[in-house]
Design a binder for this molecule. Structure first.
Ligand code: HEM
Length: 434
C-alpha cells in the first residue's frame, strides 16, 4: 500500500542554481563569494551536528517532556503508547507553549527534539507498526501538537522530525558537557550514546547503534566540510599546492565517513532482522501537510555526503539528485543557507583540477570520486539487505522516497541508488581531461 497519488512529492523541489557538473572550466576564477564562507563560518567546528552539545535537562515544567520518552518503552514494544501520551500531556501546564519564549535557543532545540520524538511515537503508536496506521492521520494530543508546531515553525523546520531533531539533538558523550561548544573530532565510536531512548533491551541497543551511526557519520562530515571549503578556496585563488593539500584532506575525510558508516551497517552490528521491524519505522513520518508529503529523518539529510557531492561537483540530477535537493527543506535554516551558498561553487574544484591542477590533485580528486562511488555501491547492497529484513511484510515508514506499508521494492531501491552511483562515476576524469 503506497501513499495516495496526491501526496507524492506534489510540491516541486526548490530550484537548483548550481553549476552543472563542472563542465565549464574557470580559467579566470572569480573571487570566492563571501556568502559561502560566511554561511560556513558558524558550522566549521561541528558540520551539521549542533554547534553546542545537546542539553539533557530543561528548566521547570519542560523536563516532563523529555522524561516521558523513556517511560513509553514498554508500551511502544507492546500495546501502544497513545493513551500514555494523551494522559501525560493533560498534566502539562496550559500555557507551556507560551512559556517557551523564556527559553534559550539551546533549550528550545532540546524541547523541540523531545516533542518531535513524542510526535513520532504517537504517530506510529507501537512497533511492529500496524499497517492500518500507515495512511491514518492520528488525532494528536492538542498540547503536544501545539508545542511541536510552535517550536518547529520558530526553528524554520517543517512539522515533522528530521535527522537534526530526532538524532543530532539526542546524544550524550562523557567527553562533551551538555550545552558546551565542542569539536566534532572529539566524538568517536565509544564515546557517543543515545540520550533518550524509546526502547529497552536488545531493541534499545539497536536503536543506540543506529543513532550513533548517523551522529558519527556527521561528525566525520565536519572534516569533509572544511576540506571541501579549502578546495573551493584554493580553486579560486589558483593555488596549486593548496588545491592538492585540500584534496588530500578531503580524501581522508571522505574515507573516514564511509568507514564510520560501514562499521555499523554490518549485519551482526545493526541487525538486518530487527532494523525494519523495530528501529526504522519511528523515523519516518509520511503525513501530508498542505499538499506536501513530509518525509521524516532520512539519509538524504546527511550533510557529510552532500558536502562531498558539492566539493566534487557530483550533479544533483535524476530522481535521487532531486530528492537530495528537496530534502534541504528538512534542514535548519543555517544548514540550508550553507548548501545553497555552495551551489554557486558546485563544480569549481573539478574545473580547477581539470584545467590547471597538477597530477597529485588529479589523482586525489579521482580517489575521492572513487571512494564516494564505492560507498554508494556498498550502501545500495547493504541497504537492500536491510530492506529485505526478515522477509516478512512490515510497515516501511521511511523516509524520502519510499513510503510503503508492505515489503519494500528491492529493485526500485536498487535502481534509484544506481542513478546516484552513475552520477558519481560520471565525475571520473578521463585521461583526455587530465
Ligand atoms: C542500513 C540500512 C539503510 C537503508 C535501508 C537505507 C535506505 C535508503 C533509502 C531508501 C534512501 C533513498 C532516500 C529515502 O527514501 O530515504 C537512502 C538514501 C541515502 N542514505 Fe540510506 N539507508 C540505510 C543506511 C544508511 C546509513 C547508515 C547512512 C549514513 C549514515 C545512509 C545515508 C544515505 C544517504 C546519504 C542517502 C542519499 C543518497 C546518496 O547520497 O547516495 N543510509 N537510503
Amino acid at each position: 500500500m503506497g501513499a495516495p497519488e496526491s501526496a507524492q512529492r506534489s510540491t516541486a523541489p526548490p530550484p537548483y542554481s548550481g553549476a552543472p557538473g563542472g563542465e565549464v572550466p574557470l580559467p579566470h576564477p572569480a573571487p570566492l563569494r563571501p556568502a559561502l564562507l560566511d554561511a560556513a563560518a558558524p558550522l566549521r567546528r561541528t558540520g551539521f551536528l549542533p554547534t553546542r552539545a545537546p542539553l539533557l535537562t530543561l528548566p521547570g515544567p519542560f523536563q516532563a517532556v523529555p522524561d516521558l520518552i523513556p517511560a513509553l518503552a514498554g508500551a511502544y514494544a507492546g500495546s501502544g503508547v497513545r493513551p500514555l501520551i494523551r494522559e501525560a500531556t493533560q498534566a502539562w501546564p496550559a500555557d507551556l507553549t507560551r512559556q517557551t519564549e523564556d527559553l534559550t535557543p539551546d533549550e528550545r532545540d532540546a524541547l523541540l527534539a523531545a516533542a518531535a520524538t513524542l510526535m513520532h511515537l504517537y504517530r506510529w503508536a507501537a512497533v511492529p507498526v500496524h499497517p492500518d496506521w500507515f495512511d491514518e492521520t492520528p488525532d494528536f494530543p492538542r498540547a503536544l501538537e501545539g508545542l511541536f508546531r510552535h517550536l518547529s515553525a520558530a526553528r524554520g523546520l517543517p512539522p515533522c522530525g528530521g535527522l537534526y531533531t530526532l538524532k543530532y539533538l539526542n546524544w550524550r558523550s562523557p567527553d562533551v558537557a551538555p550545552g558546551a561548544a565542542y569539536d566534532a573530532a572529539t566524538l568517536h565510536a565509544g564515546n557517543v550514546r543515545i540520550a533518550r531512548s524509546w526502547h529497552t533491551g536488545e531493541a534499545g541497543e539497536q536503536l543506540d547503534l543506529w543513532l550513533q551511526t548517523f551522529v558519527l557519520a556527521e561528525a566525520r562530515g565536519q572534516a569533509v566540510l572544511v576540506a571541501g571549503l579549502d578546495a573551493v578556496q584554493a580553486a579560486h585563488e589558483h593555488d596549486r599546492d593548496a588545491l592538492a593539500g585540500a584534496l588530500e584532506a578531503l580524501h581522508h575525510a571522505v574515507r573516514a565517513v564511509t568507514r564510520e558508516i560501514n562499521v555499523f551497517t554490518r549485519f551482526h552490528v545493526i541487525r538486518t532482522d530487527l532494523w525494519r521491524v523495530l528501529i526504522q519505522p519511528t523515523f519516518g513520518w509520511g503525513l501530508t501537510e498542505g499538499r506536501t508529503l513530509l518525509e521524516g529523518a532520512s539519509g538524504l539529510q546527511l550533510g557529510a555526503t552532500q558536502f562531498a557531492d558539492l566539493a566534487l561537483g557530483v550533479p544533483f540530477s535524476g530522481p535521487l539528485g532531486a530528492a537530495l535537493l528537496a530534502s534541504r527543506a528538512y534542514l535548519p535554516p543555517e544548514q540550508r543557507a550553507l548548501l545553497s551558498a555552495w551551489d554557486a561553487h558546485h563544480g569549481d574544484v573539478r574545473a580547477a583540477v581539470q584545467t590547471w591542477g597538477d597530477s597529485r590533485a588529479r589523482d586525489l580528486y579521482g580517489a575521492c570520486v572513487q571512494d564516494m562511488e564505492r560507498w554508494r555501491v556498498s550502501h545500495r547492497e547493504r541497504g537492500a539487505a536491510y530492506l529485505r529484513g526478515d522477509g516478512q511484510p512490515h510497515v516501511m515508514a521511511s523516509t524520502g522516497t519510499q513510503f510503503e506499508a508492505g515489503v519494500p521494492h528491492d529493485q526500485a531501491f536498487r535502481d534509484l541508488m544506481t542513478t546516484r552511483v552513475v552520477d558519481t562515476r560520471a565525475q571520473r576524469l578521463t585521461p583526455k581531461e587530465g
